[in-house]
Ligand binder design. Sequence first.
Ligand SMILES: NC(=O)c1ccc[n+]([C@@H]2O[C@H](COP(=O)([O-])OP(=O)(O)OC[C@H]3O[C@@H](n4cnc5c(N)ncnc54)[C@H](OP(=O)(O)O)[C@@H]3O)[C@@H](O)[C@H]2O)c1
Length: 343
Amino acid sequence: MAHAQRPMEATTTRNAPTTTGRSRRSHAPHDSHDERRGTKKCDHTAITHPKIRFVYIALPRDYRAGGPKEFEAMEGAKMQESQHDRCSKPLESRTALVTGSSRGIGEATAKALDEAGARVILTGRTIADLERVAAGLGNEPVVIPTDLSEAGAGTRLAEAAISRAGGVDVLVNNAGFPIRGAPEDLVEAELDRILAVNVRSILMLVAGLGPTMIERGRGSIINVSSVASLRGPVGRVAYTATKGAIDAMTRALAADWGPKGVRVNAVNPGIIKTAMFESRQDDMTAVAQAMARRVALGRLGEPRDVAELIAFLASDAAGYITGETITIDGGMVHAMTAQEGSG
Ligand SMILES: NC(=O)c1ccc[n+]([C@@H]2O[C@H](COP(=O)([O-])OP(=O)(O)OC[C@H]3O[C@@H](n4cnc5c(N)ncnc54)[C@H](OP(=O)(O)O)[C@@H]3O)[C@@H](O)[C@H]2O)c1
């Protein structure tokens, strides 16, 4: 496992080929590269779109040689429709940075944003995993390995994202880890580390990348919190403190930057099947079954469940949502399950 110490040291130079075979050129928000990327996709979609075939099959034989006016109007309408279809990816021409995208919820989020048309900047410590995720993405991803526990890491990552991709439209602050234990056993060095990754890095990325969103007059920041911040889980006081801080900063930042066009929301996952969950379970099947019984929907969450919500919040479809903390736990916290009764 390779852990990079400095974001820029571990990255390739601009325009150099990536390990995935794609070029990593600068990606300013409105450059011709965007258009080239969009056009390539649009052409492909137009060729394979079933509605295009309908136009040619349904029209009379003499139509293409110059048919009646209504058919010309019909073609115009169809062409407009296909024009809309081929460019309808909600995050087309946008750039998104996802922290902790080497696995788990962050990896699923990177995939969902890429599918929605965004160019994704991947970051985490494990270069091999970041390259593996990058190989599965289609919009010329950028890999910037970073250890967010280091002093100055958030600022350096923001600077690298601006240098490599021209800033971002979407920032997903997902990297995080738990520590468990009795409150009386807390150790200051561990506290410093969890605060650095789970809280400080978010604020420094916001400070470093927020101005690129404000400049564009739009942006979406999504912070990954936890249902831990809504309850009082035993043996996780430090982790819960960091997630409570995320919820609070989400509301405050939404107030600061709402007038500048930047939306800020948090998602609060329940139990999601990732390495974080599995690392602390000896008998995964039994534990998972027991936990799923506490979930109204009867199953634990998949990383993709959270990723879909994040992709929605990143998009213009969520354009009137800001300052929210949105629970995504299959009904574990708020819905009362049959086992707990109703009295
Ligand atoms: N899974 C759940 O049940 C659950 C529930 C509620 C909330 N959450 C939250 O969801 C987020 C993602 O969790 P997950 O379940 O997907 O966990 P995971 O599978 O353990 O992934 C954590 C990610 O964070 C990165 N990361 C950890 N420490 C880092 C550091 N010092 N610097 C940079 N990146 C670091 C990891 O990358 P590297 O190891 O490569 O650095 C990895 O990509 C976390 O904020 C977590 O608190 C998870």
